[in-house]
Write a protein that binds this ligand. Structure first.
Ligand code: ZN
Length: 410
């Protein structure tokens, strides 16, 4: 059952709630285009804890109210996006070629139209007359692309390009919150145990979202220990899969509801003796266990999973990709601000914290301070939640699910 509306301070204490059966999504083709319709409402019921998974999920209506309009300083006023600007958003990759190309096209159109680009609303979408012109051009380019993979890459790049330009001068490049709400000074960094590495496989629609929680992982652990990989962005995906091939397939696992014949949990993750013995020593070369978190809405996650599975099969010739599920995932503190279709799907950062907590329960890993690392993530979630609530209160918006659902618009 959903909790009743709570006072602001109480919103941060929603952990360790009863476990519910997940609603497994149907796999969707990963062709680009409008997002698929939301899944039917799940019917929660008591179940074994094995199948929990975390996703950021929201309805289109909720999504629409969550992002405010960028200020006038945004858009293309600063010219093309440089590599340095790109990397300040949370990645060490070079600026992806397709993103650079989309940004260039937008700027050229702005120049020839003699009209400033304006962005706003969900995902920094283009506004005004310019939008119609750009939309026609976008469709024309899209039609020329030969295959579905190129179309996906273009779709992702366009999403990201618009978000980059629309967020310029408006969002803090580290925490992705409007600058007046920047929470960076409150965050405490923490070292992640070197035996593991997180990958945030993020849907472009979650990129630069204020209430995205995957970003917290690299804010806390740094971009080398928790790395962003954007769905459909070739450079990002290649970096991630190169790392997987370096480490070997035994050192890759995806946090996703088990689809394999034998459900697996955190207890099935294997750490070699080298990781166990050298995990605390500096300067020792170590290939960590790669743990992949799918960071997108529940409906988008099926496309993320499908793309991962296709590449896994192409590289290693196996249909069955290694997925694990958590057994005691806490309900997300973000639930209040970002309603989920079911309790069993919580936000990405809470999933990471749950994973670390479960690893900590394994006696052979108890020396690696994984519980402290889980706490650091949960703390960052509280800070983000406080920042989002403070913003909503300042803007006169409601702060609980029930209140918000009574209102049609913000
Ligand atoms: Zn910040």
């Amino acid at each position: 059952m959903l909790a009743p509306p709570a006072p602001i301070r109480a919103l941060a204490f929603h952990r360790r709630l009863p476990l519910l059966r997940p609603h497994h999504p149907t796999l969707l083709p990963h062709s680009p285009g409008p997002p698929p319709p939301p899944p039917p409402p799940p019917r929660p019921c008591p179940a074994p804890a094995r199948f929990l998974m975390a996703f950021s999920t929201e309805t289109a209506g909720e999504e629409a109210e969550e992002e405010a309009l960028p200020g006038p300083a945004g858009a293309g006023g600063g010219g093309e996006v440089s590599s340095e600007e790109w990397q300040r958003w949370g990645t060490s990759s070079p600026l992806p070629t397709v993103v650079a190309s989309v940004v260039r096209q937008l700027l050229e159109m702005e120049s020839s139209a003699g009209e400033k680009m304006r962005f706003g609303g969900v995902g920094s979408k283009l506004k005004g007359d310019f939008k119609d012109v750009e939309d026609r051009k976008h469709r024309a380019v899209y039609q020329t692309l030969a295959d579905s993979d190129q179309k996906l890459q273009y779709y992702s790049a366009r999403q990201i390009g618009c978000r980059l330009l629309g967020s310029r001068g408006y969002l803090c490049q580290k925490c992705w919150l409007p600058m007046e709400d920047c929470m960076c000074s409150k965050l405490a960094p923490c070292n992640l145990w070197r035996g593991i590495r997180f990958w945030l496989y993020m849907h472009p629609k979650d990129f630069l979202r204020q209430n995205n929680t995957g970003k917290l992982l690299w804010q806390v652990f740094g971009i080398q220990a928790a790395s962003l990989c954007l769905f459909g962005i070739q450079e990002h995906e290649d970096i991630m899969w190169d790392a997987f091939q370096r480490s070997g397939k035994e050192k890759v696992s995806f946090l996703y509801p088990n689809k394999s014949a034998t459900p697996k949990s955190v207890n099935d993750l294997k750490f070699d003796d080298f990781a166990m013995s050298s995990g605390l020593q500096e300067g020792v070369q170590l290939e960590p266990l790669n743990l992949v978190l799918l960071d997108g809405t529940w409906s988008n996650s099926a496309a993320l999973y499908r793309r991962l599975k296709e590449r896994w099969t192409a590289i290693w010739g196996e249909e069955d990709i290694p997925c694990i599920s958590l057994s005691m995932l806490s309900a997300s503190v973000m639930h209040k601000l970002r309603p989920q279709p079911a309790w069993d799907r919580t936000c990405t950062a809470a999933a990471a914290a749950g994973l670390l907590s479960e690893l900590h329960m394994r006696p052979e890993l108890s020396a690696f301070k994984l519980e402290e690392q889980a706490e650091a993530v949960e703390c960052s979630l509280d800070i983000l939640l406080d920042a989002l609530i403070a913003r909503r209160v300042r803007l006169g918006r409601s702060i609980t699910r029930k209140q918000r659902h009574r209102r049609d618009c913000i």
